[in-house]
Design a protein around this ligand. Structure first.
Ligand code: NAD
Length: 246
């Protein structure tokens, strides 16, 4: 119950890795605000799964790549709970294509969806945390950022930006008692991975020393660790959770 009565905001928090993060915090007693873009069924399913947990989950349909969506999310959470303790920037998309064939739209959509939420949610979330001089921000990156993956120049570039953004914001926010870290995930079993070609997934999974795909809860547990007091001296780090690919 380390997170009892904490306020936790999770973008993309109703599905896949985000769902596991939302449920783990709610099991720990937190009040979770999970933002999503359009999958209403996943949101309803999460609400059902949250029944009976120590904490609560509220779902908010908001496009966090826009200032309006991000402020709606942050303001809703802060208005209901009075403060924000943890912000997890997890929302993201892929639009895989070899660069020579990539459309302007595939490039723009991925850069916008994977980087803009960091700016908007961190800006408004940080302001709430600054008032209490405490808080933890965790941003979800990908091993694509570190090792490169074919057909993902747009995605890899955006996830590299997540790491550099994290390190810079950690320097700004650290003096105010706010920690900012990233989790660099490997191949995790979600809808996003299901949309990839099976041989691509297989090749990456077989290249890991554990030789299996990861589970969303295996990422969530590291996010909770980074948000907890056990990680009180960790700031500006990118923790790799990939079953030993790198
Ligand atoms: P997913 O597609 O299952 O879930 C993504 C969630 O993000 C969805 O709920 C979607 O509604 C939400 N979302 C996307 N854009 C949004 C926006 N603008 N506003 C609000 N919500 C938005 O994907 P996942 O596999 O659970 O991935 C979650 C995060 O982890 C992503 O950032 C992804 O890049 C990253 N990641 C995933 C893997 C993997 O193997 N699955 C590996 C490394 C990193």
């Amino acid at each position: 119950m380390e997170f009892k009565d904490s306020t936790v905001v999770v973008t993309g928090g109703t599905r896949g890795i985000g769902r596991a993060i939302s449920l783990a915090f709610a099991k720990g007693g937190a009040h979770v605000f999970a933002a999503y873009l359009r999958d209403d069924d996943a949101a309803q399913d999460l609400l059902a799964a949250a029944e009976g947990l120590a904490g609560t989950i509220a779902v908010i349909k908001a496009d966090v790549s826009t200032s309006a969506g991000a402020t709606e999310l942050i303001n809703t959470a802060a208005a209901r709970c009075g403060h924000i303790d943890v912000l997890v920037n997890n929302a993201g998309i892929i639009r895989d294509c070899y660069l020579a064939m990539m459309s302007d739209d595939d490039w723009d959509a991925v850069i916008r969806a994977n980087i803009n939420p960091l700016f908007h949610c961190c800006k408004w979330g940080l302001r709430k945390m600054m008032a209490r001089r405490s808080g933890s921000i965790i941003n979800i990156s990908s091993i694509s950022a570190l090792i490169g993956t074919m057909g993902q120049t747009n995605y890899a570039a955006s996830k590299g930006a997540v790491v550099s953004f994290t390190k810079s914001l950690a320097r700004e926010a650290g003096p105010m008692g706010i920690r900012v870290n990233a989790v660099v995930a490997g191949m995790i079993d979600t809808d996003m991975t299901a949309s990839l070609k099976a041989d691509v997934v297989d090749r990456i999974v077989k290249g890991s020393s554990l030789g299996r795909i990861g589970r969303p809860d295996e990422v969530a547990s590291v996010v909770l660790f980074l948000a907890s007091q056990q990680a009180s001296y960790i700031n500006g780090q990118a923790i790799v959770v990939d079953g030993g690919i790198i």
